[in-house]
Design a binder for this molecule. Structure first.
Ligand code: ADP
Ligand code: RBF
Ligand code: MG
Length: 183
């Protein structure tokens, strides 16, 4: 079955710093994008939750520097800065890969502002803060939930990844991958 309107929704964004806990707490890194880019995308306003689709990284990237301050309380991400390095292109530059995406307030962590974050189903050798990221959102999986513990959250994310792979296998995403947007 092809994507059902309003999907595919295309988002042209860039990778910013988040809380830094995707990799450390969950072992599931998520490339964060400005939540405003998601809100401007044409997906019905306020529809937070878990999505799946395709992602493509390109362009230059750098090292993330976090500026933590004493008043920071864990519900707001620390201020960050991306310092560009000379080495600039990820090996995956231009490759379209499967992704799952989480948008909202992360009830398990109780964030005070919404985030939009993308886990690319691929093993990267390094980080790519500051890189350009193009997304084709192809469907909605479920609303955000709270969990009794971090293991239950991880298990649910693994389930989302499994569903995303199934949906993508069924769609046969070649048609979306070859869309002008990803050129
Ligand atoms: P942050 O809170 O700053 O987003 P994370 O722990 O979520 O930190 O790690 C995200 C970073 O890890 C991304 O910005 C990206 O540079 C890198 N990364 C490495 N592998 C992946 C992947 N498979 N999917 C998404 N991001 C990845
Ligand atoms: N956080 C939640 O609090 N509840 C969720 O249901 C939830 N689902 C997620 C599903 C996926 C596919 C991903 C990538 C993340 C999800 N998260 C969820 C966000 C998770 O808490 C966040 O990635 C980490 O806190 C790192 O920022
Ligand atoms: Mg993240």
């Amino acid at each position: 079955m092809p994507p059902v309107p309003p999907y595919p929704v295309f988002i042209d964004s860039h990778v910013i710093g988040g809380f830094g806990r995707g990799s450390s707490d969950l072992g599931i890194p998520t490339a964060n994008i400005p939540a405003s880019d998601f809100l401007a995308s044409g997906i019905p306003k306020g529809q937070t939750g878990i999505y799946f689709g395709l992602a493509k990284i390109s362009g230059t990237y750098g090292t993330l520097v976090r500026h933590t301050s004493p008043e920071q309380n864990g519900s707001k991400p620390p201020a960050t800065e991306i310092v560009q390095t000379e080495k600039s292109i990820v090996p995956e530059d231009g490759v379209v890969l499967p992704m799952v995406m989480s948008v909202g307030w992360n009830p398990f962590y109780g964030n005070s502002e919404p985030s939009a974050e993308v886990h690319i189903v691929h093993k990267f050798a390094e980080q790519f803060y500051g890189a350009d990221i193009k997304l084709a959102v192809l469907g909605y999986i479920r609303p955000e939930q709270n969990f009794a513990g971090v293991d239950a959250l991880i298990e649910e994310i693994m389930n989302d990844i499994r569903k995303a792979k199934e949906f993508l296998a069924e769609y046969g995403f070649k048609q979306i991958e070859s869309n002008e947007f990803f050129k």
